[in-house]
Design a protein around this ligand. Structure first.
Ligand code: CP
Ligand code: NVA
Length: 303
C-alpha cells in the first residue's frame, strides 16, 4: 500500500517515534554510510508558494540518498495552465519515486495523494506543516531527551504550523497551551478531536506559564500579505519577549519555524538569545525529512 504524509495523522505514534529515532541516527551517520535509497531515481518537488528551508533541505536529503530533484512551479509547468491535479499525480507517478508538494490548499494534497501511486509528502499547506513539526520535535528530543508529558506553549496565530504542533502533541503525548488573539484560533475540529491535550485562550501569559517550550510563527502567513497591517494591530500583545519567556520554565526552549520577523512575533533578544534553538530546527528539517522519505519508500515497497 502506498504511504503518504498528507498530515501527521498519516502516522501512528510508534511510527512517528521511529522516524525521529532514525532521524537522529541519520544525523550522526557519516556521509559514506548514508543509505543510497534513491540512486538513479528522481523526486518531484511542486512549489506553489515560496520556500528557502523546505526546498533546500529536501534537495539536499534527496542528493544524500543518491537521487535527483525536479522542481515544478505553476508558472513553469502545466499545472498553471489548468492540467488537473489528478492527471498530474498519474503522470508524475510514472516518472518519479516521490512527490513533495507545497500548496495553498490541503485539498490539493489530498487529491494528489488519492491519484498517486508513489508517496506524496505535504511540504506545507494552508492547514498543516508536518515536516516542520517533525524537525521541531526532533530538536526538542535532542535537547531534552523526551517530550512525553511536557507543556508546549504556542503564542500567536492559530495557523498551519500550530495545527501540526497539535498533532505532534497527540503523537508524542504532551499538552499544548495555545494563546491567540480573538478570531485567530486554530481550526475548531483539530482542537475538538484533541481537547484532552489542547488548552485555548487569548492570554499569552497563562499559556507561557511553566512551559517547557515556547513556540511562535509569523503573524501573516504566505498568502495573507494583504492582512499584514490589520494583523499587526490584532497581535500587538502577542510578541514573545523576555518577560513572557521569564514565565516559562527556567530551561524552556524557544522555537520558530522561520522566516522570523524580529520585533513583531518575537523580540531579537529572545530569538537570538540562549534559549533559542532555531538553527537546530533548520538543520533537523534535513534529517527528519530523510527519515520520513526512507520510511514512506520502505513502507510502500519502493526500495
Ligand atoms: N520553515 C519553512 O518551511 O521555511 P521555508 O518557507 O523557507 O521553506
Ligand atoms: N505559517 C507560515 C509558515 C512558513 C514556513 C506560512 O504558512 O507562511
Amino acid at each position: 500500500m502506498v504511504r503518504h504524509l498528507r498530515s501527521l495523522l498519516d502516522l501512528t505514534a510508534p511510527e512517528a517515534q521511529q522516524i525521529i529515532a532514525r532521524a537522529i541516527e541519520l544525523k550522526a551517520m557519516a556521509f559514506n554510510a548514508q543509505p543510497r535509497l534513491l540512486t538513479r531515481r528522481s523526486v518531484a518537488l511542486i512549489f506553489e508558494k515560496p520556500s528557502t528551508r523546505t526546498r533546500v533541505s529536501f534537495a539536499t536529503g534527496v542528493s544524500d540518498f543518491g537521487g535527483s530533484c525536479i522542481f515544478l512551479s505553476p508558472e513553469e509547468s502545466q499545472l498553471g495552465r489548468g492540467e488537473p491535479i489528478s492527471d498530474t499525480a498519474k503522470v508524475l507517478s510514472r516518472l518519479v519515486d516521490l512527490i513533495i508538494i507545497r500548496t495553498n490548499y490541503q485539498t490539493t494534497i489530498e487529491e494528489l495523494a488519492e491519484n498517486a501511486t508513489v508517496p506524496v509528502i505535504n511540504a506545507l499547506s494552508d492547514l498543516y506543516h508536518p515536516c516542520q513539526a517533525l524537525a521541531d520535535i526532533q530538536t526538542y528530543i535532542e535537547h531534552r531527551g523526551s517530550a512525553h508529558g511536557i507543556k508546549a506553549a504556542w503564542i500567536g496565530d492559530g495557523n498551519n504550523v500550530c495545527h501540526s504542533w497539535i498533532n505532534t502533541a497527540r503523537l508524542f503525548d504532551f499538552e499544548i497551551s495555545i494563546a491567540t488573539p480573538p478570531g485567530f484560533e486554530p481550526d475548531q475540529h483539530i482542537c475538538e478531536v484533541n481537547q484532552d491535550r489542547v488548552t485555548l485562550s487569548h492570554d499569552p501569559e497563562a499559556a507561557a506559564e511553566n512551559a517547557d517550550v515556547v513556540i511562535t510563527d509569523t503573524w501573516a502567513s504566505m498568502g495573507q500579505e494583504q492582512e499584514k497591517l490589520e494583523r499587526e494591530k490584532a497581535f500587538k500583545a502577542f510578541t514573545v519577549n523576555r518577560d513572557l519567556m521569564a514565565l516559562a520554565r527556567q530551561n524552556a526552549l524557544f522555537m520558530h519555524c522561520l522566516p522570523a520577523y524580529r520585533g513583531y512575533e518575537v523580540d531579537a533578544d529572545v530569538i537570538d538569545g540562549p534559549q533559542s534553538v532555531i538553527w537546530d530546527e533548520v538543520e533537523n528539517r534535513l534529517h527528519a525529512q530523510k527519515a520520513l522519505m526512507e520510511f514512506l519508500l520502505t513502507e510502500t515497497g519502493n526500495v
